[in-house]
Design a protein around this ligand. Structure first.
Ligand SMILES: Cc1cc2nc3c(=O)[nH]c(=O)nc-3n(C[C@H](O)[C@H](O)[C@H](O)COP(=O)(O)OP(=O)(O)OC[C@H]3O[C@@H](n4cnc5c(N)ncnc54)[C@H](O)[C@@H]3O)c2cc1C
Length: 431
């Protein structure tokens, strides 16, 4: 029976046969279903790369065992359904943190590898895949392969950022990073426009491990003005706190019948959010609100209304193209949440990995036909600038643009499991 399955954006809608995978030993019934299969972790992707409409999803929440953790070296081996939240519950009290983390801690290890996620420390730590030591890949013919830079290296390369298409990752071994305590020294700086964003980024990347900015896309006073956040792990051995991030504290209980975002509410929110901050503020705070501000409001995506949301995230090197995107997004009614970050040039081991040098800019819109009609303009700016869009956040880019953004896409095809597919892959590779 097909069941409705959602991604975090609640767009597009999709139905699949759900096949839970609860243990590494259990056989997957590939022969009992004629359609295709795709692993599904925590469904935190904001596009259709985690969906397989009309086909089967291998749900991995049951792969939830931490298999080994060495508190002396920080090496952790865990099943692929284990979440970053669960890892931190074990590791933080013992002085270890995730080497790279996205803006939510409710992602699975398998999902983090398959999208090769990045975080606020991309400029100095690269992607999550840079810290993966090895993993096991299970294929639909029953074979299993341990993959690392030394063992089956081409499969290691293809599976990191491989969008779940090369097989099911059963477990992952990863190197965590040591921390003195669970505090972050944070500095928040109000900046006036995109030029100041770049100046602050340049000044910060050598001194701060974590860097990101929130931008106001509707301000007429300075294009891309916003708040710049930078931080380092607190190094004071006298402060012993080892608190694990907690929450959500409140949750949006149901899908609102309309989106609360329109140009009026957005302008007001942005202006207050920007102006209410002092020009510069230093603080020492817990990890949770710094890394995972959105996790404190459960199911926050429901506020976008019944149509769901569209997130658009690009990687763009030329600064002029970033300015063009910011101007064009204002004509779309502004994005509710705009996040910008200058990335680093540490190469990812992933064949189809999104990240690379340049700036990444993420825009959030409530779903509307107007947004759907106008986003291709932004996609074209990215294509002309030699950039790319993030497949983990995409449900609508054209196949033509995808193939321009990722000219290496055909190399992945020879590693794709013949029984695996996804809504995303069928959409962007249809000629
Ligand atoms: C609030 C929020 C903030 C975010 N911030 C960031 C950010 O800062 N940086 C960033 O990079 N991303 C970010 N993301 C996106 C998110 O980190 C990724 O989409 C992540 O991959 C989701 O993991 P998941 O477990 O939910 O995977 P899913 O969404 O369920 O699946 C993602 C992909 O992984 C594959 N997959 C899952 N499990 C396995 C497995 N066991 N074996 C093989 N393939 C598998 C799926 O087939 C799919 O292709 C954010 C998302 C949200 C909701």
């Amino acid at each position: 029976m097909l069941t409705e399955v959602l991604n975090w954006a609640r767009f597009p809608r999709s139905k699949s046969l759900l096949i839970p995978v609860n243990s590494r030993q259990e056989e997957i019934p590939f022969r009992k279903f004629d359609g295709s299969f795709l692993p599904y972790g925590m469904g935190r992707s904001l596009g259709d790369s985690c969906l397989n409409d009309g086909n089967a999803l291998l749900t991995t929440r049951g792969l939830s065992r931490i298999m080994a953790f060495d508190a002396a070296t920080g090496r952790l081996t865990a099943e692929a359904g284990v979440t970053f939240d669960a890892i931190m519950r074990l590791s933080i009290p013992q002085g270890w943190f995730l080497p790279v983390t996205p803006g939510t801690r409710f992602v699975s290890l398998g999902g983090a590898v398959a999208n090769d996620v990045h975080g606020k420390n991309h400029h100095c730590a690269g992607t999550f895949g840079c810290h993966v030591i090895r993993f096991e890949l299970r294929r639909s013919d029953g074979s299993r392969m341990v993959c690392s830079p030394q063992e089956n290296p081409e499969w290691f390369h293809a599976t990191i950022g491989g969008l779940g298409l090369t097989g099911l990752i059963d477990w992952v071994e990863v190197q965590l990073k040591p921390i003195v305590n669970s505090l972050i020294d944070i500095e928040t700086i109000r900046y006036g426009d995109v030029n100041e964003f770049y100046a602050l980024s340049e000044e910060s990347v050598s001194k701060y491990e974590y860097v990101a900015a929130w931008a106001d896309t509707l301000s007429t006073r300075g294009l891309g003005r916003g708040l710049f956040f930078r931080g380092n792990h607190n190094q004071d051995p006298g402060r012993k706190t080892r608190k694990v991030p907690s929450g959500p504290y409140v949750s949006v209980p149901f899908v609102l019948p309309f989106s609360v975002f329109n140009q009026g509410t957005l302008k007001m929110f942005n202006s207050v959010f920007y102006s209410a901050r002092p020009a510069r503020k230093k603080a020492v705070g817990p990890l949770g609100p710094f890394f995972y501000p959105l996790d404190s409001l459960g199911a926050y995506h429901r506020i976008y209304g019944p149509g769901g949301m569209i997130q658009w995230q690009a990687l763009i090197a030329p600064r002029e193209a970033v300015r063009e995107v910011l101007s064009a997004s204002a004509s779309l009614g502004g994005s509710f949440l705009t996040v910008m970050k200058v990335m680093g040039d540490l190469a990812s081991p992933g064949l189809l990995s999104f990240s690379g040098s340049g700036a990444t800019i993420a825009l959030d819109f409530p779903y509307s036909q107007k947004v759907m009609d106008m986003l291709p303009r932004l996609d074209d700016i990215v294509a002309a600038a030699g950039g790319r869009l993030y497949p983990a956040k995409d449900a609508r880019m054209s196949g033509t643009n995808f193939r321009k953004y990722f000219p290496q896409w055909q190399e992945l095809e020879r590693f794709i499991d013949p029984r695996f597919s996804s809504s995303f892959w069928r959409r962007v590779t249809a000629q």
